[in-house]
Design a protein around this ligand. Structure first.
Ligand SMILES: CC(=O)SCCNC(=O)CCNC(=O)[C@H](O)C(C)(C)COP(=O)(O)OP(=O)(O)OC[C@H]1O[C@@H](n2cnc3c(N)ncnc32)[C@H](O)[C@@H]1OP(=O)(O)O
Ligand SMILES: O=C(O)CCC(=O)C(=O)O
Length: 384
């Protein structure tokens, strides 16, 4: 693989579990982004791209939302993808029935467990255990792969959390979810919590991290290092409020920085990111790690000179790994090498002593608030 990262990464001891996997929830939590409503075809397109990327599990939706939502989930199931399809369910039999009707492989049963959630729903801890175990039994009896999510787990009393996860484990759920529902935990808090839970919980632990403080990815990595082994992600990090752990950032950090290659087809990342941007109408910030349009774009003269000589002077990995392209642009911060490189690209031959003149006009044009596109550069050259 083409990259050039810090040699100190390997010096630090990082004991990741062997069986890390990803469940992508773009089509469920991602779609909960206010204002987003994906059509059946759009959902199917995204699911197909996730499958091509080789994401093992797709959370395809939340069936009780509407008849159309159920139809979208059924369409994805009927596509016969390699990725497993799962849904979200409340602790209600009707939700499990709806998931069964959709024909998915599994479902995640969630219920609020923190004091604030229990208070709002007027439920005691005991009632929550009884309610959720009943539904877990029901879902398991009907052959579903079952995840149990303690909603707001990171603000839930630890003894209660251990108790409810242990009961779920006894009922043979396939995994438990630590939902950091409002992004309220730190990476160190997540490490502590996962290590505590790992004393009792031997099944898969899934991390559902929200990004309210920009910590979602760090929390996921910290949780994995502490012994959790599944992360829920969304493309472009969309989702409730500040969103979820971004799929592209997590898998590329694991692959490039930590050397954990989950064998995804990462060259499809830019395509899937653009598709989600187009369908959700949520613009990707220009500086969004991995997929933003500035990630492999260089204007500063010293950087352009470096990148021309060796791209790894100012890039940690090669754009083609994620389906991006390198882009050298001209502006106020350009140097002569950038001008020469652009002229070469256009096959324009010009005397060496004219380059400073062109550079001066390029800088002035940019400082006057204009973008120097290819045509403007050609006009400048013609003038000279
Ligand atoms: C943390 C998460 O992201 S959880 C997922 C959140 N996603 C969504 O809410 C998106 C989809 N939601 C919807 O389409 C609707 O809210 C529906 C169809 C699910 C429910 O609609 P309504 O029946 O009209 O209920 P409404 O949304 O107003 O209120 C939620 C109800 O669900 C109950 N509820 C919330 N969580 C759960 C749960 N895990 N198990 C059982 N009931 C629950 C609430 O207590 C409330 O019940 P109440 O009416 O007795 O007070
Ligand atoms: O854990 C999950 O997958 C569902 C819960 C959730 O979406 C949340 O708490 O934010």
């Amino acid at each position: 693989m083409e990259d050039y990262i810090s040699p100190y990464n390997k010096k630090a001891k990082c004991n990741f579990p062997k069986n890390i996997t990803i469940c992508d929830t773009t089509l469920r939590d991602g779609e909960q982004t206010p204002g987003v409503s994906l059509s059946e075809n759009e959902k199917l397109d995204i699911a197909i791209l996730l499958d091509k990327l080789k994401i093992p599990q797709i959370e395809a939706g939340f069936p009780p939302v509407s008849e159309k939502e159920k139809k979208s989930i059924k369409n994805i199931v009927n596509e016969g993808l390699n990725s497993k399809t799962i849904t979200l369910s409340r602790a209600k039999k009707e939700d499990i029935d709806a998931s069964l009707e959709c024909g998915v492989d599994g479902t995640i049963i969630f219920i609020g467990t923190s004091e604030i959630q229990l208070g709002c729903k007027k439920l005691s801890q005991e009632e929550v255990i009884i309610k959720s175990m009943d539904i877990i039994d029901y879902a398991k009896e009907h052959g579903l792969y079952v995840g149990f999510s303690a909603e707001d787990a990171t603000r839930t009393d630890l003894n209660f959390l251990k108790k409810i996860y242990s009961e779920a484990q006894e009922r043979k759920v396939d995994r438990v979810h630590i939902a950091d529902t409002v992004g309220a935990i730190t990476p160190q808090g997540m490490e502590y919590l996962v290590k505590e839970l790992r004393k009792d919980i031997k099944i898969d632990i899934n991390l559902h991290c929200h990004n309210d403080f920009g910590m979602a990815q760090q929390n996921a990595i910290s949780g994995l290092l502490a012994g959790a082994n599944i992360v829920e992600t969304t493309i472009n990090g969309i989702g409730e409020r500040a969103g979820n752990t971004p799929l592209e950032e997590l898998i590329m950090s694991l692959k490039v920085l930590y050397g954990i290659d989950l064998e995804f087809n990462t060259e499809l990342i830019k395509k899937i990111s653009k598709t989600v941007e187009m369908y959700t109408k949520i613009e990707i910030p220009f500086n969004k790690p991995i997929v933003g349009k500035n990630i492999f774009k260089h204007e500063s003269g010293i950087h352009v000179d470096g990148v021309i000589k060796n791209p790894f002077t100012y890039e940690p990995f090669s754009p083609k790994i994620v389906g991006q392209e390198r882009n050298l642009v001209l502006g106020k911060h350009s140097g002569s090498k950038a001008i020469k490189s652009k002229l070469n690209q256009f096959g324009i031959k010009i005397k060496e002593n004219k380059i400073p003149e062109i550079l001066k006009i390029v800088k002035e044009t940019s400082e006057n608030g204009n973008i120097i596109n290819d045509n403007i550069l050609k006009e400048i050259v013609e003038k000279i």
